[in-house]
Design a protein around this ligand. Structure first.
Ligand code: SP5
Ligand code: ZN
Length: 390
């Protein structure tokens, strides 16, 4: 029997509080050569404005794990490690529309104001946009897609689950995360060896025309396409988030110029995103062979995980690559509440080395939900990335 969710025991007690925010300059305790000295970390404060206020899972509104504190914890850890925090530069919608349908972008930009204007909050106590009817192929049966008159009907048109809520500041954060990804891609296109975008919300579950899995716009796909437009002929997206990046896979599935490789907990063993991420999904048409999924058994640790990453890296070296995008989720770590993989911080550091050796890298933050260990995991990965590059 497949499980409906995490097979390991749910964490007991309240979510641990994040460390007190410290934005002070490095102190005497900082090593002489900070681990991430010189690494650009691209950030925009607007990423904090998305407050999904939980997720509706199996019909029940639960405390969510994709919380704003994730970003503050990461920013503090990266700053303490000597990274150079730089502001995300605003970009036009062109870069978004190269990988997303205009209807999705328009919906995300406007659905909250329509929800509010429709009285869903004031009159009905519905404090976030949560869809309830989904126009699946089984419902439509070949009928043309409509744009429902009711906002609550329209809410399901571009969303494929109930866990990915939209609130007052969501669009500003979604847009800021994409700008951060584009800014990091621009730095690498201009010759910087590695750059990291502190994207929140994450993006790899967002497809061309639909959002879900705590993701709204696909930051990694936006970065990959921007690298292509800047002249990189062959781009590889390596996705080490614990979950399969079904959105990134779908966006590039028929293209030979953007390789997608992912290691993730086996959807066939009962894990999100359930409908994608299987090993036989290898790309289609001109993109045949440019997609590789390596689903891993629950419980897989450093050895199995790094061996699988080695397969993806061999693929990339074999095909040739001008720039790499890494979908950097750290939810494969042992302490993470959202996946049963058992990767250590050393494992993540080694992954960074392997990926850094492939070529110039744009790192995009995806998942990772254990607030006490989140910062150390990302710092370890980026430190490995810098070490592997040389
Ligand atoms: C970017 C990313 O890592 N997205 C992950 C989305 C997968 N979320 C699946 C959630 C499944 C149920 N969560 C269980 C919560 C139990 N309280
Ligand atoms: Zn994930």
């Amino acid at each position: 029997m497949t499980n409906p969710g995490p097979a390991h025991p749910a964490p007991t007690g309240p979510t641990p509080a994040s460390p007190a925010p410290t934005r002070t300059a490095p102190t005497d305790a900082t090593p002489a050569t900070p681990a991430l000295a010189g690494l650009p970390v691209v950030w925009n404060e607007d990423c904090l404005r998305h407050e999904p206020a939980g997720e509706v899972w199996l019909g029940v509104w639960e405390t969510g794990t994709e919380v704003p504190e994730r970003a503050t914890v990461l920013l503090d850890a990266l700053t303490a490690a000597g990274a150079a925090v730089t502001g995300a530069r605003p970009h036009g919608n062109d870069a978004l529309l190269a990988v997303h349908d205009a209807d999705l972008v328009e919906h995300l930009a406007t659905v909250w104001s329509q929800w509010e204007a429709g009285g869903y909050v004031r009159e009905h106590g519905r404090t976030r946009v949560v869809p309830y009817v989904f126009p699946t192929p089984g419902l439509l049966g070949g009928l043309p897609m409509r744009s429902p008159a009711a906002t609550h009907g329209r809410a399901g048109r571009f969303c494929y689950d109930t866990m990915t809520l939209v609130g007052p500041g969501s669009w500003e954060a979604i847009r800021a995360a994409a700008d951060a990804a584009l800014t990091a891609a621009g730095l690498v296109a201009a010759g910087t060896a590695a750059a990291y975008a502190l994207c929140r919300p994450p993006g790899h579950h967002a497809t061309r025309a639909a959002y879900g899995g705590s993701c709204y716009l696909n930051n990694a796909a936006v970065a990959a396409q921007s690298l292509r437009r800047s002249g990189a002929e062959r781009v590889a997206v390596i996705d080490i988030d614990a979950h399969h990046g079904n959105g990134t896979q779908a966006i590039f599935y028929d293209r030979p110029d953007v390789y997608y490789g992912s290691l993730h907990v086996d959807p066939g063993a009962g894990w999100f995103p359930h409908y994608a991420g299987y090993a036989d999904e290898r790309g289609t048409g001109a993109g045949a062979g440019a997609n590789r999924n390596l689903p891993l058994a629950p419980g897989t640790g450093d050895d199995g995980w790094l061996e699988a990453l080695g397969v993806l890296c061999a693929d990339v070296r074999h095909r040739g690559v001008d720039a790499v995008v890494v979908s950097l989720g750290v939810d494969a770590a042992a302490a993470d509440p959202e996946s049963p993989l058992q990767v250590s911080a050393d494992g993540y550091a080694r992954a960074g080395e392997l990926i850094g050796a492939l070529g110039p890298v744009v790192a995009i933050q995806e998942g990772g939900y254990d607030l006490p260990s989140l910062g150390g995991l990302v710092v370890a990965t980026l430190g490995g990335l810098l070490a592997g590059r040389t």
